[in-house]
Structure formats: structure tokens, C-alpha cells
Design a binder for this molecule. Structure first.
Ligand code: AHR
Length: 336
């Protein structure tokens, strides 16, 4: 599978240029529900690209930023007629939404799959209907990579590795006991971040004493951390698969009379504003970024696919990492 590392600045530049060059591309007539051919016209007067997007849910700050990026970019002004649905973290809701978009005859289907497996049937249906599919953020686990045109998103294994490497640099030799707050069971980021972190700490003396899912939410992250604190009195380190669960863990640690970031160190992934503020305040110790601003890349790839141009099968978005000092510096200009 072809892999390409794009700097964020480059992506933005390429996307803007592509939008200007392609303008509003011609497409199949939009369905009545998505606006019909008359209302499906942008300021340029050309037909809009109708796109059905099925979002995972609204589970985290990251997801809110991702939704905003998609809705702000796939606008009529930019040549799109966007139908958007929130699956509330349920695969059956996503499959239902995708089937309804297929029935409407949208030009492009896009979605961020809540879990990795179980998509082949609906993707076959899209293929038979001649509707191209673009994956954003999360991958599907399928033998057949002709079922989608392109997958745009971060390298989650690398994110886990970056987090684990920093943990080893800082804490190896201290005999730290670690608990892990995993993301949604069966989702690509939970599987890959766990794998990457595990690989990075293997051979160190960091010991993973427990690992449970907090489903990427603050509430469940807090609940799981409360359980860990009742069960163990010697936790030194938390690895949370996203900021929101780390923020939930902070609440649990404080409620137990301890100081997060000092008594118990915390490493998370995402780098959304709330997480970065907690890092700047010393309550989180390290964050690996996961960039949610995927709207411009999705717009560019959708335009190319509809225009019949070749697109990269895999577009890897580059992520940074932050310690406390870097968070203090980055916060004033943080977009999300
Ligand atoms: O798929 C990306 C992950 O999903 C983010 O890290 C997490 O915050 C979100 O819920």
C-alpha cells in the first residue's frame, strides 16, 4: 500500500489549490433529500458534489473538532452538498446511514468507521452502485482494498510508539506500574495505539498492571480510573488512548486525594485544547497529537475521485508531540 507523509501546511496548500483548480465539478444529479439539482448549485452555478458522511459520534473533543472541520469545508461555497449523520458510536447506525446515502445516489460516500471489521457487505453495495468511498480518520480491516478509494488519517501505531518511547526515556529504571485506558474496543486507534505503545515499552521495566476500555469518553475514563484506584494503591503511570479519558482520569485521581502529573504521571493522545491546557498546568505529562482537521483533505480527494483522477490510497497525516513547555508555547495559537 502506497504511503505518503504530508506536512500539514503542504496538505492545506495542495487542498486549496485543488479546490481552486477544480472549482465545482460536475456530478450525478443530487437526490431530492440532499438538495436536488436546482438547490445543489454553488455560487459558481455548477452542480455540487453530493457527499454522504457518516461520523462515529460526539464522544470526544477530538471528534467535535473533526466534525467541525468537515462541516466547515464541505460547504456549498466549496462545491459540496453534504449530508451528515452521527452514528452515536454504533456500527449498525453507520451501516444504516451508508445504505441510505447509497439509496439517495450520492456522488461520494465518506465515513470514519467506529470499529475495524464488518464493513465488506455495505462497501460491496456501494461498489455495485458505482459510488466511491473515502475513509477518514479510522481504517477498515478488509482483504479487499478495492472497496474504498483512499484512507486519510494519522498513523495510530506510530502515535502509540511515540508515547511509549517518551515513557521509556523518562521512566525506565524506576520500576513504574502502569494502567492503560483503552479507546473503543475493536476500533483502529485502540488496537493500533495499544500495539505501538506496547512495542515501545517492551524491554523496559514499565509494567502494565491493568488495561480496560474507557470508550474514548471522559465519563468512562473517569469511571475506569476510579476502579483502578480502588484496586491498586501503587499506580505510577496512566497511558490514556485519548485526552478525554486522560481528563477523566485526572478527576478520579484528584478525587482520591492525589496530584495528577506528580503522584501519578499521565500520557495521552490527541492534543485538543482541554488536554493541552492540562499539560500546560502540569496535570498531564506528555501528549502525542492526532490531527482532527481532515476536512480539506477529504474535499480534495472527493473532488479528484469525482473528476476521475487517480488518488493516493493512503494519506498519512503527520502528528507532533508536546511536553509541558511545548504546550505552553502552542496553546495561544491552537485551532482545536
Ligand atoms: O479516531 C480518533 C480517535 O477518536 C481520537 O483519538 C479520539 O479522541 C476519538 O474519539
Amino acid at each position: 500500500m502506497a504511503r505518503k507523509m504530508w506536512m500539514r501546511g503542504t496538505i492545506a496548500a495542495v487542498s486549496a489549490a485543488a479546490m481552486l483548480a477544480l472549482g465545482a465539478c460536475s456530478s450525478e444529479p443530487a437526490s431530492e433529500e440532499s438538495g436536488g439539482s436546482e438547490s445543489a448549485e454553488g455560487s459558481g452555478g455548477d452542480e455540487l458534489i453530493s457527499i454522504g458522511f457518516s461520523q462515529v459520534g460526539a464522544e470526544s473533543g477530538w471528534r467535535a473538532a473533526n466534525t467541525q472541520s468537515i462541516q466547515d469545508t464541505l460547504t456549498e461555497e466549496n462545491g459540496f452538498d453534504l449530508s451528515f449523520s452521527d452514528a452515536q458510536q454504533k456500527q449498525e447506525n453507520q451501516i444504516q446511514a451508508l445504505r441510505s446515502y447509497i439509496q439517495q445516489g450520492v456522488d461520494v460516500l465518506a465515513f470514519s468507521p467506529v470499529v475495524e471489521t464488518g464493513w465488506d457487505a455495505v462497501l460491496e453495495e456501494a461498489k455495485s452502485a458505482g459510488i466511491p468511498v473515502i475513509l477518514t480518520d479510522r481504517a477498515v480491516d478488509s482483504e479487499d482494498d478495492t472497496l474504498y478509494e483512499s484512507f486519510i488519517g494519522s498513523d495510530f501505531v506510530l502515535e502509540g510508539e511515540m508515547a511509549g518511547e517518551w515513557a521509556v526515556e523518562q521512566y525506565d529504571g524506576e520500576g513504574y506500574k502502569m494502567v492503560e485506558l483503552q479507546g473503543t474496543t475493536g476500533s483502529a486507534p485502540a488496537i493500533d495505539r495499544k500495539e505501538g505503545f506496547g512495542t515501545a515499552i517492551s524491554g523496559s521495566d514499565i509494567e502494565v498492571i491493568d488495561s480496560q476500555t474507557g470508550n474514548f469518553t471522559r465519563t468512562e475514563g473517569k469511571q475506569v480510573m476510579e476502579g483502578f484506584l480502588q484496586k491498586y494503591d501503587d499506580i505510577d503511570l496512566v497511558f490514556a488512548h485519548n485526552d478525554d479519558m486522560g481528563l477523566g482520569a485526572i478527576e478520579a485521581i484528584e478525587a482520591a486525594g492525589m496530584t495528577p502529573g506528580e503522584d501519578i504521571k499521565i500520557i495521552t493522545i490527541d492534543a485538543v485544547k482541554d488536554g493541552m491546557q492540562a499539560l500546560a498546568d502540569g496535570k498531564i505529562n506528555y501528549i502525542v497529537e492526532c490531527n482532527p482537521l481532515l476536512g480539506p483533505d477529504l474535499a480534495e480527494i472527493a473532488q479528484k475521485v469525482v473528476a476521475g483522477e487517480e488518488v493516493e490510497k493512503r494519506i498519512v497525516v503527520e502528528d507532533l508531540a508536546f511536553d509541558q513547555e511545548a504546550a505552553v508555547e502552542a496553546l495561544p495559537d491552537r485551532q482545536y
